[in-house]
Design a protein around this ligand. Structure first.
Ligand code: BES
Ligand code: ZN
Length: 622
């Protein structure tokens, strides 16, 4: 009773001392835009064209203090709308430094808030002064210990799909492009790079400037800061890595320039001048990210034998599909990824031959089958054209876009002829460069080129794009090498000794096929025999190791327990984490074991992986 009275009293008191309260107007409401269900921005009213970003990094507080100066096209508007999340907007001014009124709407899960700035029809510049938060999801601030060399801290960003808004107030939609300049102040002794023209050496004073002249969408904004070095590989190519990784990286990526040359021969000039890679610390949540001029990559592709470089071809291919011709919003994600996987395998075929590319395609086909099984209960997510409205785009992005997309384009190639389809793709990249495409505009262009072709109907694009599942005319890749692998498994199962199996010529891809197809009823003795013969548990190849663990987990194979533990604690690449934690959860080790490893590993992961694993493992902070 007492409490209630106190409550009422305090309402009265606050009401009295806060005379503004009554006059305070309703907070504005704004829905996401029609063009893009994951952005509040209103490009039809006012659309950004240029950014000047000035920022100071603070590793102690894990924050960035920055000013984003945006130039924009003003279509007679009285407001410009940006996306922000976990950002504190401190002030907004016009080009005369006059303060402008602004409001930040109340945050919504994963989408964040709209930052609505009041302008006049002649305003074409705003300066936004702001500060990021330690929770800003794009940013991962690593301590010395979480890097390869353990000597300096590291920061990297991951903006795709909708995380750019957590470090820069922006119109965070892939359909909106802008060029940018930046000036960064970082602790002395660290190097900084962005998706822009980059330094190759450390600066004395920790100040770096950047320029990206070509217009890019916000999800390609990227930055990395740490103790790394640069080595040039070819005339347009090179690699950044921490000192202990730089030589290995140089060796691994020796063919980078050849890849750029092959890609340009296939689909037209490389429009970004430079193509570098940076090897990030192991927590990077993806294999690679196609940031223009500098692909961000996981160290888990450094296998020592150049066997995982399809990833380089993939990120390079995005320089056309994705970075040059961009999906209008995330419902058309397959236009980015499906085209890129197709292009990646064409590059690999050109460099290493058809047999090699077919192994990649078959492994992709297996991934696709698993994804289709996983998505059995959500058939809509197995369509190429997605509907991600009211969902976190991250939840709808799966291998479907990659592999179903790939097989659809391969079907187009096989049905319409490689030469004709290559011509079409060349034109597609040329005509749409620095623009966005939707599934519908792609279909229009495809029809324009091929509807006269008597075989065009056989492609059946309607079913491929707008229906769930995998159509029955899906191309079937062929690989003699994999048939040999299957025979080898059979010999082993029939009693041939592991040491006597004929595996001398095998590459990583054959080993992956082998490990993915070992029978589930293998005994512990058989696992031990394989491990002794081939040293899987001690493999330095992350793909092989992860595929091996998928066999050892269900059998509680003890020698692999410690290595699995340290793999999960060190590596933050989500593609490995998800299946491994799932397998643990479903094994005799059980959820508790999975949770106890996760407890240790979680502080090392980037927010993107944390988000997924928290849900998978019912994590609640203790
Ligand atoms: N752009 C993607 C990564 C991505 C997708 C980030 C969606 C955020 C949201 C990148 O090009 C990619 O596809 N990476 C793959 C590697 C590739 C060889 C299939 C990955 O990270 O595994
Ligand atoms: Zn990709």
């Amino acid at each position: 009773m007492m409490r209630i009275w106190l409550g009422i009293l305090s309402v009265l008191v606050i009401g009295c001392i806060n005379p503004e309260k009554e006059s305070k107007k309703e907070p504005i409401k704004i829905e996401v835009s029609k063009e893009d269900p994951h952005s509040y921005s209103r490009p039809n009213e006012a659309k950004v064209v240029r950014l000047n970003w000035q920022a100071k990094l603070n590793f102690e507080s894990k924050t960035i203090n920055a000013t984003a100066t945006w130039n924009f096209e003003n279509n007679n508007a009285d407001r410009i709308v940006f996306d922000v999340k976990d950002i504190e907007v401190l002030a907004v001014t016009d080009n005369q430094e006059n303060p402008l009124k602004f409001e930040v709407t109340s945050p919504k899960e994963y989408i964040g808030s709209a930052l609505v700035v009041k302008i006049t029809p002649t305003t074409d510049v705003v300066n936004i002064e702001y500060k990021t938060s330690p929770n800003s999801a794009a940013l991962q601030w690593l301590s010395d210990n979480q890097t390869a060399d353990k000597t300096h801290p590291f920061l990297f960003t991951q903006s795709q799909a909708i995380l750019a808004r957590t470090w820069i107030p922006c119109q965070d939609s892939p359909g909106i492009r802008f060029s940018y300049k930046a000036k960064l102040e970082v602790p002395k002794g660290l190097m900084a790079v962005m998706s822009a023209e980059n330094p190759t050496q450390k600066s004395e004073n920790g100040i770096y400037t950047f320029k990206m002249n070509q217009p890019i969408p916000s999800y390609l904004m990227a930055m990395a800061v740490g103790n790394f070095e640069y080595i040039k590989i070819g005339n347009q190519t090179g690699v950044y890595a921490e000192p202990s990784m730089i030589k290995k990286s140089e060796y691994e990526f020796a063919d980078m320039q050849k890849m750029v040359d092959a890609a340009s021969e296939l689909y037209g000039d490389y429009d970004w001048e430079q193509f570098d890679m940076i090897i990030l610390p192991p927590s990077f949540p993806f294999g690679g990210m196609e940031n223009p001029r500098i692909t961000f990559a996981t160290p888990t592709i450094i296998a020592g034998d150049r066997s995982l470089t399809a990833l380089v071809a993939h990120e390079l291919a995005h320089s056309w599909s994705g970075n040059l011709v961009t999906n209008a919003n995330w419902n058309d994600f397959w236009l980015n990824e499906g085209f890129t996987v197709y292009f990646e395998r064409r590059i690999m075929e050109r460099l290493y031959g058809k047999d090699y590319a077919e192994m990649l395609a078959l492994l992709g086909y297996q991934d696709l089958q698993l994804t289709l099984q996983d998505l059995n209960e959500s058939p809509n997510d197995t369509k190429l054209k997605l509907n991600l409205k009211d969902r976190d785009p991250d939840d709808g992005m799966s291998d479907i876009a990659y592999e179903k997309g790939y097989f659809f384009l391969r079907l187009c190639e096989e049905t319409l002829g490689r030469e004709a389809f290559d011509n079409f793709l060349n034109n597609y990249f040329k005509e749409n460069k620095f623009k966005t495409t939707t599934t519908e505009t792609f279909v229009e262009q495809l029809k324009m080129s091929f509807s006269e072709n008597p075989d065009f109907d056989k492609v059946n694009y309607q079913e491929w794009i707008y229906e769930p599942g995998l159509p029955s005319n899906c191309p079937q890749p062929q690989s003699e090498k994999f048939i040999d692998v299957e025979k080898t498994i059979k010999y082993f199962v029939d009693g041939k000794k592991a040491n006597n199996l004929n595996t001398q010529e095998w590459t990583t891809h054959e080993w992956l096929h082998f490990l993915r197809h070992l029978p589930i009823d293998l005994t512990l003795d058989q696992l031990t025999e394989l491990d002794e013969a081939f040293g899987f548990t001690n493999s330095g190849n992350a793909e092989i190791l992860a595929a091996w663990f998928m066999n050892t987990i269900p059998k509680s194979y003890t020698p692999a327990e410690q290595p699995l533990d340290s793999f999960l604690v060190n590596v933050g690449r989500r593609k490995f984490l998800t299946p491994l934690y799932k397998a643990l959860k479903n094994s005799n080790y059980g959820l508790e074991k999975a949770q106890s490893i996760y407890e240790k590993a979680r502080p090392n992961y980037h927010a993107v992986s944390v988000e997924t694993m928290d849900e998978l493992l019912n994590y609640s902070p203790s």
